[in-house]
Design a protein around this ligand. Structure first.
Ligand code: KIV
Ligand code: ZN
Length: 388
């Protein structure tokens, strides 16, 4: 039977940390409702102790979200956990997400302490959080650069203390996909109580590998992916929700599925981009403006014969406007004929051959030949056969 991958959306927490992306409570609430409609399993609504505004947002979201789990982030600090619990008080399904840095970089440079002290703090934080909810997720910050043997001791300890989900963040986006996958496999095989919790992937995109690492993680046994709409997040961002969801949907042989309503992906991407004032790069997978555009003659010809020659996803499946045949100096006759036809002109093959020469002159002089250019071409066209 196929296994569910839980989608943990952190657009409102890791995504909102991006400079310029800050949202007020009303905006966060509106997005939270959309995320719930999209079908995400967990909404990380904020970091309640970080500011009164974030506390208010987490509380407001907790009051309205009925199906998804609402999660609040904390450090492994009692006060943080208490404040998060208060903010989550009204949630139908509250989750506290607590944790601490586990790599030597964090243990030495940030905390100036030892592995044993960090292990103990991790355990105490989870125990404290369990006083407020049964759903406690622990994050081992910088797990990507944490020695696997020590990480396994941490994971075992926090599960024993009551963690139901253990997050293995590649905080700095350092790992290669095979390394991240091996890390998850190591934990699956070497933590004695691993059956009592699920592992979560939280990958950053510093080397452009966040999506690949998350997929490698679930192939090796993780069952939750932490991600954001449009891949927003600290520095180069987080794993992009739309990418992992569509990879899982496209590669059915993985035996995995999510509950995401994929038709909402493009509309929600645009909404997040607008509200956070963060444009989406045109060549972004799934939601970029060019994700379903075809501009070279070879591709256009194949696409017009059978869309599947150059498209693995039907744009409707992800709520995109539709495939586009863009006319540039690299386009061919089939594309030109298709676009004329769409404008209502009925040209035969001989007409297109003649029009194509004038088209190329315009196309070489500009980046894209647009509808008005085509109309001018069509109106000015005098068929040679007519002259003869
Ligand atoms: O990247 C990270 O390690 C985080 C944790 C707070 C989960 O965002
Ligand atoms: Zn992060």
């Amino acid at each position: 039977m196929d296994q569910q991958i839980y989608i943990f959306d952190t657009t409102l927490r890791d995504g909102e940390q991006v400079p310029g992306c800050k949202l007020n409570t009303k905006e966060k609430l509106g997005l939270a409702l959309q995320l719930e409609a999209l079908g995400v399993d967990i909404i990380e609504a904020g970091f309640p102790i970080s500011s009164p505004g974030d506390f208010e947002s987490v509380q407001a979201i907790s009051k309205v979200i009925k199906n998804a789990t609402v999660c609040g982030l904390t450090r492994a600090v009692q006060k943080d956990i208490e404040v998060a619990a208060q903010a989550l008080k009204y949630a139908v399904r509250p989750r506290i997400h607590t944790g601490i840095g586990t790599s030597d970089f964090h243990i030495k440079a940030k905390f100036n302490t030892s592995q044993e002290v960090i292990l103990e703090r991790a355990i105490q934080a989870v125990k404290w959080a369990r006083n407020f909810t049964d759903d406690v997720e622990f994050f081992a910050e910088d797990a990507g650069r944490t020695d696997n043997e020590y990480l396994a001791r941490i994971v075992e300890g926090v599960i024993h203390a009551g963690a139901t989900v253990v997050n293995i963040p590649d905080t700095t986006g350092y790992c290669l996909p095979y390394q991240y996958g091996e890390k998850i496999a190591y934990l699956m095989n070497n933590v004695p109580n691993i059956d009592k919790a699920i592992l979560s992937c939280h990958c950053h995109n510093d080397l452009g590998l966040a999506t690949a690492n998350s997929i490698s993680g679930v192939i090796n046994g993780a069952r939750q992916i932490e991600c954001t709409i449009n891949g927003l997040g600290e520095r180069a961002g987080n794993t992009s929700l739309e990418e992992v969801v569509m990879i899982i949907q496209q590669h059915k042989h993985l035996g995995l599925y999510t509950n995401i309503k994929t038709q909402m992906l493009n509309p929600l991407s645009r909404e997040v981009s607008d509200i956070m004032r963060m444009p989406v790069q045109p060549n972004k997978a799934i939601v970029g403006a060019n994700a379903f555009s075809h501009s070279s003659g070879i591709h256009q010809d194949g696409f017009l014969k059978d869309a599947q020659t150059y498209e693995i996803i039907n744009p409707e499946q992800v709520g995109a406007e539709g495939s586009k045949i863009v006319l540039t100096a690299r386009s061919g006759r089939s594309a030109l004929a298709y676009r004329f036809q769409k404008l209502g002109y009925d040209f035969d093959r001989n007409d297109i051959d003649q029009l194509y020469q004038s088209f190329l002159i315009i196309a070489d002089s500009k980046k894209e030949v647009v509808e008005s250019d085509l109309r001018i071409l069509a109106e000015a066209y005098v068929p040679e056969k007519a002259i003869a």
